[in-house]
Write a protein that binds this ligand. Structure first.
Ligand code: FMN
Length: 372
């Protein structure tokens, strides 16, 4: 029976030493130009040394106006390549694999973070939690952005990454094109579901043209935005099917946006096995419509007790985690050594706070033990 500890090559031949994926996690540790720092290289080295099979990088902005956060890494200039290559070398040196996650944050940004530029989005509509109304993209503006994603993908290849993951989740630019709440366009990029899928498909195809058929390209998608009037399972399943036909190599299923309240991407208070895998229902819907496409599930996965049956019965091919690996980058190796206790992660999401202050993402409750 398949297990978390299997070596696999399901994602377009990418050799992975187990089925644990580190889901993309913003660190807040780049310099002002979005360049890699020594702390970042160490962070990625620790994750690889801790046994993670595939590390997805934090979200790398493809153009400066699409930067959401301070300390966010960039892939918007060729001078980002040498630093990114240091991350890749560190991961490879510790026996791991690493994918570059590419993003444009669209309307979910601030001028403070994005170089004081006007935000762009499919429509001039405010994103929940982001008060500035973005500018509606023209068709030429959309084409320029497609090209930015493709060029950033080429930089990721040049830096030596093993794969690319498109950030199509959490309300950022790609996801906002899919959302009927955020996309009110009446041209070929808005309206019907096939029109709302077009931007993501154009970006994917442009990247495929640059990287070629043998290079793994994944996407992180929301199963649902859990937001009145926004993307549902029906929309995301249709996009997943279209991406499957277009040749996507794996889909990571997530959900929620910054406006989804308690149903956001990083939910708090995972206290029992029943609270885990909180996007499983949406993943099942996508899985049944895309049987040949490898699936990664993220969202509150914590215990081997919950993870192993998901893999053993083929519900998912890989599981991804973020917060537990901030607290314990060596989790996989600990499990492999026979210590099967769940990670000591409180799922409190207080790990965001130090990154916002410029101190880098870290667990704020080290030294504390969860009540058992
Ligand atoms: C500090 C922090 C930073 C994150 N940064 C990203 C990111 O850069 N890209 C992304 O797709 N998701 C990001 N996420 C969401 C995670 O990848 C993941 O989807 C979510 O935390 C649920 O997984 P978990 O329960 O294992 O933490 C971040 C989450 C946290 C806690």
């Amino acid at each position: 029976m398949p297990s978390l500890f299997d070596a696999t090559d399901l994602i377009n031949g990418l050799q992975l030493r187990n089925r644990l994926v580190r889901s993309a996690t913003w660190e807040g540790l780049s310099d002002d130009q979005g360049h890699v720092t020594d702390e970042l290289v160490e962070l990625y080295r620790d994750l690889a040394a801790g046994g993670v099979g595939l590390i997805i990088s934090s979200y790398l902005y493809v153009r400066r106006d699409g930067r959401q956060n301070l300390g966010q890494l960039g892939a918007d200039h060729d001078d980002c390549i040498p630093g990114l290559a240091r991350i890749v070398e560190a991961v490879h040196g510790a026996g791991g694999a690493v994918a570059a996650q590419l993003v444009h944050c669209g309307g979910q940004s601030t001028r403070q973070a994005n170089g004081n530029q006007r935000m762009v989005a499919p429509s001039a509509l405010e994103s929940p939690g982001y008060p500035e109304v973005p500018e509606e993209l023209s068709e030429e503006g959309i084409e320029e952005l497609v090209a930015c994603f493709a060029t950033a993908a080429r930089r990721a290849v040049d830096a030596g990454f093993d794969a690319i993951e498109l950030h199509g989740a959490h309300g950022y630019l790609l996801a906002s094109f899919l959302s009927p709440l955020r996309n009110h366009r009446s041209d070929k990029f808005g309206g019907s579901i096939s029109h709302r899928c077009r931007f993501t498909l154009d970006v994917f195809r442009a990247i495929r043209d640059v990287v070629g058929p043998d290079f793994p390209v994944l996407i992180k998608l929301n199963g649902s935005d859990f937001l009145e009037g926004s993307t549902t399972e029906v929309d995301s399943t249709k996009l997943a099917v279209a991406l499957g036909y277009a040749g996507i190599d794996a889909i990571e299923v997530s959900g929620g946006t910054p406006g989804s309240g308690s149903l956001g991407p990083a939910r708090v208070g995972i206290k029992s096995a029943e609270d885990e895998a909180y996007f499983l229902a949406q993943a099942r819907a996508i899985r049944s419509a895309t049987p040949g496409v490898p699936m990664i599930l993220v969202g509150g996965l914590r215990s081997l007790e919950r993870i192993e049956p998901l893999i053993a019965y083929g519900e998912v091919d890989y599981v991804a985690m973020s917060r537990p690996l901030i607290r314990e980058p060596g989790l996989l190796n600990r499990w492999a050594s026979g210590d099967h206790r769940a990670p000591n992660c409180f799922s409190c999401s207080r790990c965001f706070a130090p990154a916002r202050k410029g101190d880098g993402v870290q667990c704020m409750r080290l030294g504390e033990d969860k009540p058992s």
